[in-house]
Design a protein around this ligand. Structure first.
Ligand code: LLP
Length: 421
């Protein structure tokens, strides 16, 4: 459930009409709902009540400081994949004791940072990374708390580009090698084994592959314990899907939590979750304005002021985002079918093909729904377009939580060498 709906003919976020934000902040612009973020965090927490759990919000989904601070206030920890994300999480008030550090390519410098901060856990993805982490921690006279991310060879995920738990994916340690890597970990001076980690993909609506992966991980945990390893935590990753369009019915957090409770019953572990999309996805929209209608012989293009540089998901994964006009259409308003595109000079700069909407004209504004996760974070300045602002609504008011940069700010890091000037 989210807090975006029509009220008096105006698409609103909580108590604020989105057309007011579009007028005052300009388009394109991301808008997030505090009530929705909080609700999603609470629904997840409620689902896991009674289990020993840690919600480590996956910062990559939406790393705005204000979003992180909102979730920090709800008691969330963080799943980070870079030194930058780690610093964002800390700056937003998330304690190091609730931070897990994932990712296949941590640098020694990032390991240093995590150790200096005293994070909860490093999720290690290869033998080479484990050895480097041991070296870095030993040099500091400490031990890194480690879970090894295993690849359970289970296919899942809403799109091949976001599946991560299959043999051949770059993620995790191959299933057959996991136990020998744990054996090596036990001999490394800078490593303290604390858990097992798995993450099989994203936008997973069906619990069957998740259960298959977790059952394998529970079996592995028992074997590792038999071999003398202290496995006190299972990190189940993220991946729970969200509804993007009518008819989508992903498994709800309650069923997910119940499945995990059942699979891990009697094990006595802390369950770490790394949810990203399920918290942030439906808590945000991208506001955009229709620039032009461009009739072609066989279709009409609707050209928006938002482009693939602002919201990459359709271009990257063929993702579907609902589009709602900010002004509610009259029930008898005529429909039109459009190819909806942005202004970028790329053919993949397309948000939808043959999408039927209430007839629109230049100047009308739309919200691209479900853009709160993997929206702003994936944006770029391609075509020298400024990063779009982000706004956080809270009840009847809103705040700009990232402003639009000026042209001078956009070029501030660049320099023309002396020989050219
Ligand atoms: N943990 C790990 C190790 C991950 O790699 C990810 C996402 C998550 C947690 C959070 O997954 P979530 O709960 O959000 O599904 N850009 C793509 C999604 C990429 C997901 C990458 N990893 C998209 O827009 O669909």
């Amino acid at each position: 459930m989210d807090h975006f709906s029509y009220s008096d003919g105006e698409l609103s976020c909580e108590g604020v009409a989105l057309s007011r934000i579009a007028d005052e902040v300009g388009t394109p612009c991301y808008v997030y709902s505090t009530a929705t973020l909080v609700r999603h965090a609470r629904v997840l927490a409620a689902a896991f009540e009674g289990q020993d759990y840690l919600i480590a919000y996956s910062v990559k989904a939406n790393s705005n400081l204000a979003v992180l601070a909102t979730l920090a206030a709800e008691g969330c920890g963080a799943d980070v994949v870079s030194g930058g994300e780690l610093q964002r999480a800390r700056r937003s008030g998330i304690p190091a004791s609730k931070i897990v550090f994932s990712g296949v390519g941590k640098t020694a410098g990032e390991m240093e940072l995590g150790l200096a901060q005293g994070i909860h856990q490093f999720n290690v993805e290869s033998a080479a990374e484990l050895r480097l982490l041991s070296k870095v921690a030993s040099a500091r006279g400490t031990q890194a708390p480690v879970a090894i991310r295993v690849n359970p060879d289970v296919a899942a995920g809403g799109h091949p580009n976001i599946s991560t738990g299959k043999k051949g994916d770059k993620f995790g340690v191959p299933w057959a090698e996991a136990e020998s890597l744990y054996a090596e970990a036990a001999t490394l001076p800078g490593i303290r084994v604390v858990g097992v980690d798995v993450h099989i993909g994203s936008q997973i609506g069906d619990l069957v592959p998740m259960r298959a992966a977790f059952e394998k991980v529970v079996g592995l945990t028992r074997r590792l314990r038999d071999a003398g390893h202290q496995i006190a935590r299972i990190d189940v990753g993220g991946g729970l899907g969200i509804p993007y369009q009518a008819g989508d019915a992903p498994a709800p957090p309650s069923a997910y939590a119940a499945m995990i409770a059942e699979v891990s019953a009697g094990l006595g572990v802390q369950v770490i979750l790394e949810p990203g999309r399920v918290i942030a996805g439906n808590a945000g929209v991208l506001l955009t304005q229709v620039l032009f209608l461009k009739p072609a012989p066989d279709r009409t293009f609707l050209i928006l002021d938002a482009g693939m540089n602002d919201l990459m998901r359709p271009a990257l994964y063929g993702a579907y985002h609902r589009m709602l006009p900010l002004k509610e259409a009259a029930p008898d308003a005529p429909d039109e079918t459009y190819d909806i595109v942005g202004p970028i000079c790329e053919s993949t700069d397309k948000f939808a093909t043959e999408r039927t909407l209430p007839a629109l004209k230049s100047g009308d504004r739309l919200a691209m729904m479900s853009s709160g996760a993997y929206g702003a974070v994936l944006s770029s300045q391609y075509n020298a377009r400024p990063l779009v602002p982000e706004v956080l609504v809270n009840g009847d008011s809103y705040s700009i939580i990232r402003r639009r940069p000026s042209f001078e700010e956009m070029i501030a890091l660049e320099e023309i060498p002396d020989w050219l000037s």
